[in-house]
Design a protein around this ligand. Structure first.
Ligand code: ADP
Ligand code: MG
Length: 156
């Protein structure tokens, strides 16, 4: 596991970090986002989807559980949020299915409940709130995902 840590000082900076990583997505990646409520997981995903090339609106899917953002070449980013669910249910099956699809990027918020079906090679991004607008972002990833984090302005 490689680890990189960076600090952002505004929501815009977190979005920009997401955008830089999103530009490098190829499809097939699984990214788990961890933080307390309001940490910035959805904010990061907004930038990620923009960098990925989707113009779709990124909202918090807490009540719909999953959103799909697509782009012209038909690659898709699937955004899951298991907040307050005690059972992954049918959405967990949907997750398991798209995880193996090389044309789909998977982003998961509050993934503890589906921990067992997340691949061990996933990227784990943990956001910790420092002050009001500052966040410490720790990225852990397998060497096979190193291409996502080259030249993103994050310390190794
Ligand atoms: P989560 O999805 O983790 O619950 P959201 O992205 O929905 O969090 O909300 C994060 C909130 O924190 C937003 O209101 C955002 O504007 C604010 N915020 C302030 N500073 C930052 C920062 N550095 N990074 C991300 N969000 C920030
Ligand atoms: Mg969220």
């Amino acid at each position: 596991m490689n680890q990189q840590i960076c600090t952002t000082h505004s929501a815009e900076e977190t979005e920009l970090l997401g955008e830089r990583i999103g530009e490098k997505l190829r499809g097939g990646e699984v990214i788990e986002l961890k933080s307390d409520l309001g940490g910035g997981k959805t904010t990061f995903t907004r930038g990620l989807a923009r960098g990925f090339g989707s113009n779709d609106t990124v909202a918090s899917p807490s009540f719909t559980i999953s959103y799909v953002y697509s782009r012209p070449d038909k690659k898709e980013l699937h955004h899951f949020d298991f907040y307050r669910l005690s059972d992954g249910g049918v959405v967990a099956s949907e997750l398991a299915e798209v995880e193996n699809d090389p044309s789909v990027v998977v982003v998961v918020e509050w993934g503890d409940i589906v921990h067992d079906i997340l691949p061990s090679t996933r990227v784990i991004l943990q956001i910790r709130s420092l002050e009001e607008d500052s966040r410490e972002i720790t990225i852990r990833h397998d060497s096979s995902s190193a291409y996502l984090f080259e030249d993103i302005g994050v310390d190794a």
